[in-house]
Design a protein. Sequence first.
Length: 362
Amino acid sequence: MKYVDEFRDEKLTGYLVRELWKHSDRNYTFMEVCGGHTHAIQRFGLPALLPANIRLLSGPGCPVCVTGKAFIDKAIAYSGLPDVITTTYGDLMRVPGTASSLEKEKSAGKDIRVVFSPMEALNTAVTEFPKKVIFIGIGFETTTPGSAATILEADKRNIPRFFLLSGHKVMPPAMKAVIEGGTAIDGLICPGHVSAITGSRIFEFIPEQYGLPCVVTGFEPVDILQSLILLIRQIEKRQPEVEIQYKRAVTRDGNLLALKMAGEVFTLADDSWRGLGIIPGSGSKLRTEFEKYDAEKAFPLDITSGEEEDDCLCGDVLRGIRTPSECPLFGKVCTPQNPAGACMVSSEGACQIFYRYNRHDG
């Protein structure tokens, strides 16, 4: 299969691994920001192929994982309003709030529906007249244009019963927070899907301000191994920059149409990230001219949320200062069937990935 088989080629993979083994003069710690990269790294068993001096850390690139209890509690509260249908993506359903989850509330009889796109939620608002429909939107720059297109469509068709609770976030401020928070890393494997929308230029502040090399990377074994070599070469040359390894999908400027649409509908705002707290300019909120679709404006609620569990180390895992196996709940109290924290819920969550592929290792 084109763009898959050649990036899983056994001979090329072996060659790249041998090249990495030649760089044993110092230790390297790299963070893969995207949960999709964490999944690929563990699925293909890449840590077992790497020399001991190359260490990979997971970062805050799982949108489900970085969504905090307060947001889930608000979504649950909205599901209890009369004549309201709550819609969202399936992987958000099981994220624990303070006392419940959307999945548990659905089981208790609330009208909460899983959709595959915000446009499906908008169509529900049309077919379920006169009920109101709230779409619980999460995700990074990859999913924001879809929500933007849906808001524009709702406005064009004058569908006033559709609302968005925006949990959309942007990656660069979170990456800045990780670096400035003291996580010891030598370079960054930058997210491929996000970059397909934004372009690679959004990461250029990292080498410029922090002297750290960056490589925008694809999701196959050859992609990741080649990117590690590129990162090491930048370090050896002492020339940090943003390189694009994932050239079959990413350019420096990105998808200009998607960026224009997202910018037309959303503006940046401070937002809360699990493990990182409030990060300035890290959230995407609806612009003033589209506030009539903003669930928080239409249904103002005063929600009190509990604190995150002291024993759950999901926040530390997202910052790259702990690994899932270091959490006392991992694989015992916390499993994919009974998640105690958000990192065990999503297929892009580091804890679920480690549980699935290497929970018996160390």
